[in-house]
Write a protein that binds this ligand. Sequence first.
Ligand SMILES: C[S@@+](CC[C@H](N)C(=O)[O-])C[C@H]1O[C@@H](n2cnc3c(N)ncnc32)[C@H](O)[C@@H]1O
Length: 192
Amino acid sequence: MRITALTQKIEWIANQSRLIYLLTTSYYKAIIRQEARLAEIKPSDKILCIGGGPCPYTAIMLHQLTGAAVTVVDNNAACVQQSANLIKRLGLEKAIRIVYGEGEDIDCEGFTVIHLALQVSPKRKVLESLLERAGNGVKILVRRPKELVRRLYCDQESCPLPCENYVKHNFFTNVGNTVLYIKERLYGEAQA
Ligand SMILES: C[S@@+](CC[C@H](N)C(=O)[O-])C[C@H]1O[C@@H](n2cnc3c(N)ncnc32)[C@H](O)[C@@H]1O
């Protein structure tokens, strides 16, 4: 999708320039702080971020805010390489692992929080696959676009889980809200 390619290009530049990195970080700060609170992430959690791009802001900030270890998976090999270099330069390689793979195929055993970036595609397939394979109690955070820009992004999930809770994001971002699903409430055990 074009929006993903554009985001990757911006992140590519941010990866190479400390100034651009710091400026673009501010785009994500409020979003990620709200997401960490929404999922009540603790230092003992193990987070899986699907879609990290060349600059895995979400993984970095989730780790910095909560102390939890993070694994990032991306299906673009060049992004994985760039992102791993950045994590090394920041000295975060013990806390943040970057791996190449498809979100729909990744082994999600042991993760307690899973985060889906806005650009993940095909989102529904990835989400359904995660729900099938993740352990009970896993919290899944899914970013969704604002109505105005919805067409730029991949099909949205139709999740078999009731939405546990959600947070709305500010005016200056394409992310409309982030929804929290919890796996134990599967297939009609609870209704929203
Ligand atoms: C450009 S990033 C934006 C995320 C942002 N850097 C962050 O930290 O929240 C989105 C990435 O998601 C990756 N992606 C999209 N669909 C994916 C999938 N099914 N599995 C793995 N990665 C995916 C793309 O390759 C892209 O690099």
